[in-house]
Design a protein around this ligand. Structure first.
Ligand code: PBG
Length: 333
């Protein structure tokens, strides 16, 4: 659509900005609590609330505390929570068997949350990095991340998560062919209604640093993830990946990281018109929180402005560590 603009003084844009009432009336985009997915970190134990040093106000929670967090999120109207386990180093192996253990930390948390707070949607992460002695998202052999064998492992992981009661599976591994393999396996195993939110356009990014500390993967990671995550220089490739994952059976798609990739969010939504999400990742959150804690920016305003930007770019929702804080603010608290 080409905007029509009358010549000055017929057009004076400040007329519609002159009061709060006029600004509200001409507002194009709104952010609501329905747009939020809250990522939380899990760890073993009971009664554990352990701060993540590089992510102010973010904690690792034991399962009982994660259930409390899920209840608080549901009470705030947040539709979905996303689980990321911190795995004990002793459980990390080269074959990553803990990833599909029906009783691993993530699956126990999913069961406990679905039993106590059935109304909140539980999203899980599918990638081998928390369980991998190499810190990679796939199986490593002779220094190489092996695609097809990784997909077999990821399918087992997906089935265990669906069995535990996950509503949304989030494959964040970027192996080729995993969405189709998971979709076929889910149908065959009697899980036709489990949704897949594919991390379809996930970039090899330095903005994931604090997350890798939070899940304890930084120490293990050898090398980088450039052979499977995307090159920051590429945009057309993102559209091909999104289309591929949709054709393989993804219900929803994600762009990640968020703010540095808003152009990708916009292209994805305007090209495909499908449910599109962005992940405002740990590094984005850490930078904003650090600046706010130093008094260099207004933390509340920066939070709201950054989340609104995702909506303006066309996203249907945002995975954000700010979820409970912004939900409280939107509720007027
Ligand atoms: C694991 C995974 C990562 C994130 C989500 N799932 C890290 C990575 O790919 O190294 C990052 C989330 C964040 O930084 O907040 N596959």
């Amino acid at each position: 659509m080409r905007p029509t603009v009358a010549a000055f003084p017929a057009a004076r844009f400040r007329r519609v900005r002159k009061s709060d009432a006029m600004r509200r009336l001409t507002c194009e985009i709104t952010l609501t609590t329905n747009d939020l997915i809250w990522p939380i970190f899990l760890r073993e134990g009971t009664g554990v609330v352990e701060p993540v040093p590089s992510m102010p106000d973010v904690n690792r929670l034991s399962v009982d505390k994660a259930v409390e967090a899920a209840r608080a999120a549901a009470d705030l109207g947040i539709p979905a929570i996303c689980l990321f386990p911190y795995t004990e180093p002793s459980l990390k192996t080269e074959a990553c068997e803990e990833a599909w253990n029906p009783d691993n930390l993530s699956n126990r948390a999913t069961r406990a949350i679905k039993a106590a707070v059935p109304d909140i949607a539980v999203m899980t992460d599918i990638a081998l990095d928390p369980y991998n002695a190499n810190g990679h998202d796939g199986i490593v052999r002779n220094g190489e991340v092996i695609n097809d064998e990784s997909v077999e492992a990821l399918v087992k992981m997906a089935l265990a998560q669906a069995e535990a009661g996950a509503d949304i599976l989030g494959p964040s591994d970027m192996m080729d062919g995993r969405i189709g393999a998971m979709r076929t396996a889910l149908e065959a195993a009697g899980h036709p209604n489990v949704a897949i939110l594919s991390y379809a356009a996930k970039y090899a990014s330095a903005f994931y640093g604090p997350f890798r500390d939070a899940v304890g993967a930084s120490g293990a990671l050898k090398g980088d993830k450039a052979t499977y995550q995307m090159n920051a220089a590429n945009s057309n490739e993102a559209l091909r990946l999104i289309e591929r994952d949709l054709l393989e059976g993804a219900d929803m798609v994600m762009v990640k990281p968020g703010l540095p990739y808003l152009d990708i969010c916009h292209r994805v939504k305007s090209t495909f018109g499908v449910p599109t999400y962005a992940y405002q990742v740990s590094g984005e959150y850490a930078m904003q929180m650090a600046a706010a804690q130093n008094g260099w920016v207004d933390g509340d305003k920066v939070m709201l402005e950054s989340l609104l930007a995702f909506k303006r770019a066309g996203c249907d929702g945002i995975l954000t560590y700010y979820a409970p804080r912004v939900a409280r603010m939107l509720a007027g608290g």
